[in-house]
Design a protein around this ligand. Structure first.
Ligand code: MV4
Length: 666
């Protein structure tokens, strides 16, 4: 077993690997970029080395620098985590040549699985079922058109070097083929530097079932059961679970054997994931093989009782797999929810900001949180916006789901937009509880997942008013104590009015909505006017943000942040006291200006100054995180100014072009 390993990653996976290494008595070396100087993964390791500036290409993707640090620090092995260099065959090769163990599969396996066409050829030889289609080397347009017509419709064009859905296009008929092929090739060359494609029959709403496989250097290969990862949105996994609901022992055995055959066919060593599509008829088809430890590996750990990073370390140091297939058993059910800094309401745009407030559920043997950040940390635009993985276990799916719902209801983050409310809603959907899973689930449930904004319950206003009043009183008392005339009536914030009960009128802003709330000081207490009448409001501060609130007969606890964001029952209500004096007219602030939805690069400008456009017309394409975002006209109008050209870099919020709204004739 190793005495020291270097972890060539950051965030939650670096912390997670360090945790297992420490438990095994292995020394750990962290590498970090300038942006991560204070990051948790640096603190979790025994030594740390700076490897470059924030952009991943200047730091975590610098294989030669990382190898240099490994030699300098005396690390015998490098754990790449996932992403970054974890599936970089060149880096794996360089490690081998430097005599440093790459904790992962042999270089040849990475290469073979990195190209879909090659992986599918190998699977065919291993009798692993494939979706009917074309994945040949000949990429001539004539042949691709022939194949397209032979496969039939609907079909899917996929980037051969791709993964996670990048470069994928659904083609519903031959007329769409050429445009879809061009777009798929454009995204493939931009994302992977390789525009080879394959064409497959499109399976309607399949399930994504992946088998965790493990092989050692002694010829042993096992599977550690399956995960259902169908809950995805634009190929971004949202909630994963193990085992897959409705899986029969026979199907598990067949898919497990196919996965083992796949691993054996390529001489695999280490942790790998064989992804299948399971269609509604119960047939399964090889999709791709990932030659890294997946983000979602913890759900397999929870139901098997195994530490898969420990397995990786043992296998990479030449030891045999810790268990045989017969010894591996499924116990219970596990979910993983990925907590992301993103704005689901804005089409899941990645978000950045400071975690000004972060309260996570208490960890127990059944609730696990893998994270690389803590309150006060920055979520930057340089890296994947994952904040944490919330993993729960139950004796069965229902119990695990209840624990997931409860844990999500006790997870609060403020300062950066997150998908927590979206996760909580998703985990509470009846169809999810009924395990009616397929890869189209989220798209099919958007209305339930994004209910129309509703008026906050009275408890929210009560908590906000209480916090605002008490804070104002505390500030007035403090100001009075410091004032030169402490007895002046002007320094008392009790809203006393001549011959009238003192009253307060609050105007809260929530998103675009305004809510007026009246409170009045009476001899017998403070009364809040609510749509259902007035209620006595009392309460006290329990902690920095924690309040005990009593509204009428109901006493409850809520958190209220300094800016009056209220956190209650798993939801975050970003109330703001409305300040009419400084109100800015949104339209005048932006006018007809169309802004960049996130940082990225302009790859197409489809209009010119003077063009008349209709609502929905494509104006510009910005590529961000290797995905294309088309800026479309929000209304009919004339293009007045274009501020960026193809090749320009834009920041979130940059004004890209101005569009003068044309007013429909009355
Ligand atoms: C498919 C498919 C339907 N038919 N292939 C998505 C990303 C990549 N892993 C492959 N993917 C798909 N390939 C055929 N022939 C549907 C998907 C797919 C999908 C697969 C798994 C999980 C989520 C998905 C979401 C959309 C599409």
């Amino acid at each position: 077993m190793f005495t020291k390993i270097l972890i060539a990653n950051r965030g939650e996976i670096a912390c997670r690997v360090a945790r297992t290494a420490r438990r095994l008595g292995i020394k750990t070396v962290a590498v970090y970029s300038t942006a991560d100087a204070q990051a948790q993964h640096v603190k979790a390791c025994d030594e740390a080395y700076w490897i470059g500036e924030a952009p991943a290409t200047d730091s975590y993707l610098r294989g030669e620098k990382i190898l240099e640090i490994a030699k300098l620090s005396g690390a015998e092995a490098i754990h790449p985590g996932y992403g970054f260099l974890s599936e970089n065959a060149g880096f794996a090769e360089s490690c081998q040549q430097a005599g440093i163990v790459f904790i992962g599969p042999p270089t040849q396996a990475i290469i073979a699985m990195g190209l879909k066409s090659e992986s599918k050829r190998l699977m065919t030889e291993a009798q692993v079922p494939l979706v009917p289609g074309y994945h040949g080397v000949d990429q001539s347009i004539e042949l691709l058109r022939e194949q397209s017509q032979a496969i039939g419709y609907p079909q899917l064009i996929k980037a051969s070097a791709g993964g996670g859905g990048k470069g994928m296009r659904v083609v519903k008929n031959f007329a769409e083929f050429d445009a879809a092929l061009a777009s798929a090739k454009r995204e493939a060359i931009s994302s992977f530097g390789n525009d080879s494609v394959l064409i497959e029959r499109y399976l309607q709403q399949p399930r994504h079932i992946e088998l965790q496989v493990f092989a050692d250097t002694l010829g042993n290969v096992v599977h550690v059961f399956e995960r259902d990862c169908s809950m995805q949105r634009r190929h971004q996994k949202v909630i994963e679970e193990a085992p897959a609901p409705g899986m029969t022992p026979e199907l598990r055995q067949a898919m497990g054997q196919a996965a083992i055959n796949a691993a054996k066919a390529i001489g695999y060593v280490g942790a790998g994931t064989v992804e299948f599509l399971l269609d509604q008829s119960g047939e399964f088809f090889f999709m791709e093989m990932n030659t890294r430890l997946q983000v979602e590996h913890p759900v397999s750990e929870m139901i098997s009782g195994q530490d898969l990073v420990e397995w990786q370390l043992r296998v990479a140091s030449g030891q045999a797999l810790p268990l045989t297939q017969e010894q591996l058993k499924i116990n219970g059910h596990a979910f993983e929810a990925r907590v992301y800094a993103e704005t689901p309401e804005r089409d899941f745009l990645p978000a950045t900001g400071t975690l000004t407030y972060l309260h996570a559920p208490t960890e127990t043997e059944h609730v696990r949180i893998d994270t690389g950040v803590r309150q006060g940390d920055e979520v930057s635009m340089f890296y994947d916006p994952m904040i944490a993985k919330l993993i729960v276990w139950g004796a069965d799916r229902n119990q695990a789901l209840k624990r997931l719902q409860a844990a999500l209801g006790d997870y609060y983050i403020s300062g950066v937009k997150t998908n927590l409310a979206f996760l909580a809603t998703l985990a509470s959907l009846p169809d999810f509880a009924a395990a009616k899973l397929d890869t189209g689930f989220i798209e099919q449930h958007l209305d339930e997942l994004f209910p129309k904004a509703s008026t906050p319950p009275n408890e929210i206003f009560a908590a906000a008013c209480l916090a605002a009043l008490v804070t104002r009183q505390e500030q007035a008392t403090q100001a009075q104590a410091q004032s030169s005339d402490p007895y002046s009536p002007w320094s008392v914030a009790d809203n006393w009015r001549m011959n009238l009960d003192g009253f307060d009128s609050f105007e809260f802003q929530l998103g675009e909505a305004l809510y007026a709330v009246q409170g009045s000081h009476r001899a017998d207490g403070y009364y809040l006017q609510t749509p259902q009448g007035e209620h006595l409001l009392m309460g006290e501060r329990l902690g920095e943000y924690e309040w005990l609130v009593t509204l009428g007969q109901k006493a409850f606890r809520a958190k209220v942040l300094d800016n009056l964001t209220v956190l209650w029952e798993g939801k975050t209500w970003e109330l703001r006291l409305h300040d009419p004096i400084h109100e800015v007219d949104e339209q005048s602030a932006h006018g007809g200006n169309l802004t960049a939805p996130m940082p990225g690069a302009v790859i197409a400008v489809q209009v010119k100054v003077g063009d008349q456009v209709q609502a929905g017309d494509a104006l510009m394409i910005v590529v961000a995180m290797k995905m294309e975002h088309t800026i479309t006209a929000p209304h009919a109008g004339e293009v007045k100014e274009i501020y960026f050209q193809v090749g320009d870099q834009v920041k979130d919020g940059d004004v890209l072009l101005s569009l003068e709204q044309s007013h429909e004739p009355t």
